[in-house]
Design a protein around this ligand. Structure first.
Ligand SMILES: *[C@@H]1O[C@H](CO)[C@@H](O)[C@H](O)[C@H]1NC(C)=O
Ligand SMILES: *[C@@H]1O[C@H](CO)[C@@H](O)[C@H](O)[C@H]1NC(C)=O
Ligand SMILES: *[C@@H]1O[C@H](CO)[C@@H](O)[C@H](O)[C@H]1NC(C)=O
Ligand SMILES: *[C@@H]1O[C@H](CO)[C@@H](O)[C@H](O)[C@H]1NC(C)=O
Ligand SMILES: *[C@@H]1O[C@H](CO)[C@@H](O)[C@H](O)[C@H]1NC(C)=O
Ligand SMILES: *[C@@H]1O[C@H](CO)[C@@H](O)[C@H](O)[C@H]1NC(C)=O
Ligand SMILES: *[C@@H]1O[C@H](CO)[C@@H](O)[C@H](O)[C@H]1NC(C)=O
Ligand SMILES: *[C@@H]1O[C@H](CO)[C@@H](O)[C@H](O)[C@H]1NC(C)=O
Ligand SMILES: *[C@@H]1O[C@H](CO)[C@@H](O)[C@H](O)[C@H]1NC(C)=O
Ligand SMILES: *[C@@H]1O[C@H](CO)[C@@H](O)[C@H](O)[C@H]1NC(C)=O
Ligand SMILES: *[C@@H]1O[C@H](CO)[C@@H](O)[C@H](O)[C@H]1NC(C)=O
Ligand SMILES: *[C@@H]1O[C@H](CO)[C@@H](O)[C@H](O)[C@H]1NC(C)=O
Length: 461
């Protein structure tokens, strides 16, 4: 019984050392660093007897947010020193910038007292945009400026880029001003000043903040105010129906100009666009630069007109005009024909050709161009059909007195214009005039008779 008591008592002494020891806390690190949205684990070791409890504080308040903080601990007991050692850890998940502004405490306490240790946390972030000036529109030759403020930790540097290139100090990149928003949190402000702006200055300028962690850019648009001018004028165009015709014009202006297309000085209406006859495509390649194309679908002679591209903005208006020519291949309305005529009679062939522009009509005999002469004449008339807009050319080829030698199987009428040619063949058979040939024989006989008569009459004298 006594032995049992002694054993129990010894056991009690082991578990509850006679002398209480106030806790001490220690840590290998007092400053912690983490990239934003990563996790960080604070560690602290408390020793003492009885066993100390570890509690974590933030800005003086007990941490009880279990969704973002996970605490754990291990205990060991050194039987020779009779002292407890408690290893505690506190893991912060998804660190935010605000977490870096707080201070963290580890507190070890037991019945004999307490002790605590402070940790600092630096959350690396940014660069992040704090503020920016707005996009601006300034008159040509004026001055524009943009300001951006970025925060970060480490400290961001700010550079300005234009068309992907660094802008140097000389272009008006003002030195940065640096302030501290919080401990360890830098705010860097930079101003870009652009003097004497030109149309080429109009585009997006980027304020580029960079630190070890990241790079962040923010764009500023500069619009330069100037009256429009053409980069590309309209060019005269010719099409063969029903090919589509396209006119293209390009212009610059600030603010970005609007474009109106006209046909013979009358604006093409929305209904006409909706009908599908006209289509407009507009592309803005850069701020203040606009390209536009007008497509005239399924062309016909009625599309022949002057077309204009009118480019306007608040500061002015310019126009460019070009002509659409519609070429229609010649077509000869008369089919091949054959004529048989008597010698010495007058012969006329007529050929009617249509087309746009008005076709030229020429005549050939077995492939040789026929020229005008005393006996050969040509007459041409041109007429415009108001409804089809086709030119109708009538060409008449006449021979005053045909000879047998004028017979040919291939008289050709050729109509030609820039869009093509068409031809028709005529056959001419000239037949000898039998009565004419007989009368001359008779005449010769009469002459011979008279001659003989005179000879016979005179000889006796
Ligand atoms: C957590 O602690 C804060 C003070 O630090 C207190 O206002 C809040 O009520 C506590 N929440 C819980 C669930 O204990
Ligand atoms: C507790 O011990 C386990 C196993 O030895 C270890 O994985 C864990 O990190 C320890 N926790 C603390 C808070 O030291
Ligand atoms: C207990 O403490 C003593 C003295 O500080 C040390 O020598 C010994 O290694 C410790 N034992 C354990 C298990 O930590
Ligand atoms: C981390 O916290 C931010 C807010 O601070 C939240 O938007 C984000 O979803 C969180 N990420 C994760 C993985 O929980
Ligand atoms: C902790 O204190 C700092 C300043 O001392 C303050 O900026 C921060 O908001 C505080 N954090 C909380 C959670 O109250
Ligand atoms: C540690 O925590 C205990 C109990 O929560 C408190 O009484 C004591 O003041 C704290 N000690 C320190 C140094 O903050
Ligand atoms: C920004 O400009 C500074 C000089 O003003 C230069 O030292 C730095 O390398 C530049 N940084 C970047 C990212 O262009
Ligand atoms: C700007 O200059 C810095 C060096 O000063 C260089 O690292 C960076 O690549 C340059 N950026 C561009 C867009 O040229
Ligand atoms: C930029 O210009 C400012 C004065 O306007 C000057 O103080 C600074 O040294 C210049 N920086 C560089 C990189 O040339
Ligand atoms: C086209 O420009 C000329 C001056 O270049 C102007 O006289 C004419 O009125 C303009 N036409 C239209 C339709 O704007
Ligand atoms: C008629 O002459 C034209 C040249 O004028 C030639 O192209 C065509 O083939 C000829 N036709 C015949 C049937 O010989
Ligand atoms: C014009 O051409 C159309 C279609 O071929 C025809 O019906 C009309 O009679 C022509 N008009 C005149 C005045 O020739």
């Amino acid at each position: 019984m006594q032995r049992l008591f002694l054993v129990l008592c010894y056991y009690c002494l082991l578990q509850h050392p006679a002398s209480a020891v106030a806790p001490t806390v220690s840590s290998e690190m007092s400053s912690y660093f983490v990239d934003e949205s990563n996790s960080v684990t604070f560690q602290c070791t408390g020793t003492g007897a009885p066993e100390p409890a570890i509690h974590w504080f933030r800005n003086g308040s007990l941490i009880n947010d279990t969704s973002r903080f996970i605490a754990s601990q291990n205990e060991t007991f050194n039987s020779s020193t009779m002292i407890y050692t408690v290893s505690g850890s506190l893991t912060l998940i998804n660190a935010s910038v605000a977490d870096g502004r707080d201070d963290y405490w580890c507190n070890a306490s037991n019945s004999d007292g307490s002790s605590s240790l402070m940790f600092s946390l630096t959350v690396y972030f940014g660069p992040r945009l704090v503020s920016r000036s707005s996009d601006v529109s300034v008159p040509r030759y004026g001055t524009a400026s943009f300001t951006c403020t970025m925060s970060g930790n480490e400290r961001p540097t700010i550079n300005w880029t234009f068309y992907g290139r660094n802008l140097s100090n000389s272009t008006g990149f003002m030195p940065t001003s640096i302030t501290m928003a919080h401990d360890n949190e830098y705010q860097v402000t930079s101003t870009l000043t652009l003097a004497n702006v030109s149309p080429d200055s109009a585009y997006t300028y980027y304020c580029v903040g960079s630190n070890q962690l990241n790079t962040f850019s923010v764009g500023f648009n500069l619009e330069v105010e100037f009256a429009p001018f053409f980069l590309q004028d309209l060019s005269n165009t010719a099409v063969t129906p029903p090919t589509d015709a396209v006119f293209t014009c390009g212009a610059r202006g600030g603010p970005l100009p609007t474009i109106t297309w006209t046909k013979n000085n009358r604006a093409i209406t929305l209904e006409e666009y909706l009908s599908g006859k006209y289509a407009r495509q507009t592309g803005v390649t850069l701020p203040s630069t606009i390209y536009t194309a007008l497509t005239i679908a399924n062309t016909a002679p009625s599309d022949i007109a002057d077309y204009s591209c009118i480019v306007s903005n608040a500061l002015g208006s310019v126009n460019s005009t070009a002509t659409l020519s519609v070429y229609v291949r010649p077509s000869i309305l008369i089919t091949d024909e054959a004529y048989t005529v008597r010698e010495q009679s007058q012969v006329s062939f007529q050929c009617v050709g249509t087309g746009i522009p008005a076709p030229d009509i020429t005549w050939y005999k077995s492939g040789n161009l026929i020229m005008a002469s005393d006996s050969v004449t040509f007459s041409n008339s041109i007429y415009l059909n108001d409804s089809t807009l086709l030119y109708i050319v009538t060409s008449t080829f006449s021979i005053a007195q045909v000879a047998v030698s004028d017979s040919d199987t291939n008289y050709t009428c050729l109509a030609s214009n820039p869009a093509g040619t068409d031809s028709a063949q005529f056959e001419l058979n000239v037949i000898e005039n039998p009565s004419s040939s007989g009368s001359s024989t008779l005449m010769m006989s009469i002459v011979a008779f008279i001659f003989c008569f005179f000879v016979a009459f005179l000889l006796p004298n």
